[in-house]
Design a protein around this ligand. Structure first.
Ligand code: ADP
Ligand code: MG
Length: 404
């Protein structure tokens, strides 16, 4: 990792602006309800950085986006439930601002003491956030002496609170550094980007191929094999001229799928059998069929056991595995066997010393649901950010931080 972190600078008696990823799920969308955070994984993930900065005498100003608010009045996305949850965790009051910037914030920041924690309102309440408005970025940077980015999941976006504020902090001569979560992500994912160990096997699945064509194309250059499952396998099947019945297929992506198949030769490994059903509902019976035997009135919703066994044999001896995208509709138990089976064999592979990296929001959720998160070498907290990082793209939020 060639970026400075919070341990490379002095934070004692400094006001530190920390961009965290508190984009957490909430219990309700009705502002009249008593909305609470339903999954605090992302808050927990930021705790090492928050605790370190507090222990080292900083005064903290935290900021994050939350959901996709339409305006400042979109109160269902206000940060109050996050402040409450964070306060419980820290055992101190979190000073919650009702604005992102403005006089109320500047006055409160002027009063802020070492050891205190302030949380700004949802950065996406201001249109300048997504536009990376230099004024907003400058006002954010002016709140503090130090800028810290611990929001890996937002690092692929050049927004005012990510790229903009870091750049403004550096322009005024202050440090802009990575937090511990950011450092952990860059170090773990960096293994797959700089000089990856071989055999390097990538596994791709999930709903759509169109989101991931660029990543597959990149992986074909750096990985030894790519195993394909999930909904995207159907588009490859159709590109091969197979019957795919009513399966999820992206017709627009067929030419790209064809091109990737030609480019890859035998390095792209498709499922050999799938689980099909007429619908997701309990009433329709599920069958295991060969990949070239999908009935016209059915859809493929998971990979089959023979496929998982085949994937297992390809994976033997792998030193590095990157997995993105579930093998089937894992949210429904009877179509989760392929995903769970793969998670189990990757856990075993990691226990034998392979580095197993999981990226993608749904993939991380699937591994957690299978109870196997602890067995993986690294589960990335960033969905889109991890996909871009693994392609070797320089993420703007990271590029803006100080080099070592
Ligand atoms: P990630 O978030 O890990 O990058 P994606 O968002 O690309 O993964 O894909 C996850 C979704 O793909 C899940 O909701 C899952 O139900 C769906 N999916 C997987 N296999 C299939 C399939 N065969 N048909 C339809 N949807 C599928
Ligand atoms: Mg997803």
């Amino acid at each position: 990792m060639n970026k400075k972190t919070i341990t490379d600078i002095d934070v004692s008696d400094k006001k530190v602006l920390v961009r965290v990823d508190f984009n957490v799920p909430l219990s309700s969308k009705d502002p009249a309800d008593d909305i609470v955070v339903t999954d605090d994984t992302r808050i927990q993930a930021a705790m090492p950085t928050i605790r370190y900065l507090l222990d080292n005498g900083a005064a903290l100003i935290l900021c994050s986006h939350l959901g996709r608010p339409k305006s400042t009045d979109d109160k269902q996305f206000a940060m109050d439930p996050v402040a409450a949850r964070l306060g419980d965790e820290l055992g101190i009051e979190v000073i919650k601002m009702d604005e992102v910037i403005g006089p109320s914030v500047s006055d409160a920041v002027a009063q802020l003491q070492a050891g205190q924690v302030m949380l700004l309102e949802n950065t996406r309440f201001l249109p300048g956030e997504k536009k990376n408005d230099p004024d907003l970025a400058g006002q954010l940077a002016d709140l503090a002496d130090v800028y810290v980015n611990d929001a890996f999941g937002s690092a692929h976006r050049a927004h005012a609170s990510t790229e903009g504020a870091a750049r403004k902090m550096r322009e005024k001569g202050g440090p802009a550094v990575a937090g511990f979560l950011m450092e952990k992500e860059l170090t773990a994912l960096g293994v797959a980007v700089d000089n990856p160990d071989h055999p390097y096997i990538a596994i791709m699945g999930g709903a759509k191929i169109s989101d991931k064509i660029k990543l597959i194309e990149h992986l074909l250059k750096v990985a030894d094999k790519i195993l394909i499952g999930g909904g995207m396998a159907n588009t490859f099947f159709k590109a091969q001229g197979k019957e795919v019945g009513k399966s999820l297929v992206e017709d627009d992506a067929l030419p790209e799928a064809q091109r990737l198949l030609e480019m890859a030769g035998d390095r792209l490994v498709l499922p050999v059998d799938v689980i099909v059903a007429a619908s997701l509902s309990e009433e329709s019976e599920a069958f295991n069929v060969p990949a070239n035997g999908i009935p016209a009135d059915q859809m493929a919703l998971d990979v089959g056991l023979v496929t998982i066994q085949h994937f297992n044999s390809v994976l033997q001896g792998a030193k590095l595995v990157v997995w993105n995208g579930p093998m089937g509709v894992f949210e429904v138990d009877r179509f989760a066997a392929g995903t769970n089976g793969l998670a189990m064999l990757l856990g075993a592979l990691a226990a034998q010393g392979a580095t197993v990296i999981v990226g993608g929001g749904d993939s991380a959720a699937a591994v957690a649901k299978a109870g196997l998160s602890d067995q993986m070498s690294h589960i990335s907290t960033g969905g889109g950010a991890s996909l871009e990082f693994l392609q070797g793209i320089t993420l703007p939020g990271i590029a803006a931080l100080d080099d070592k």
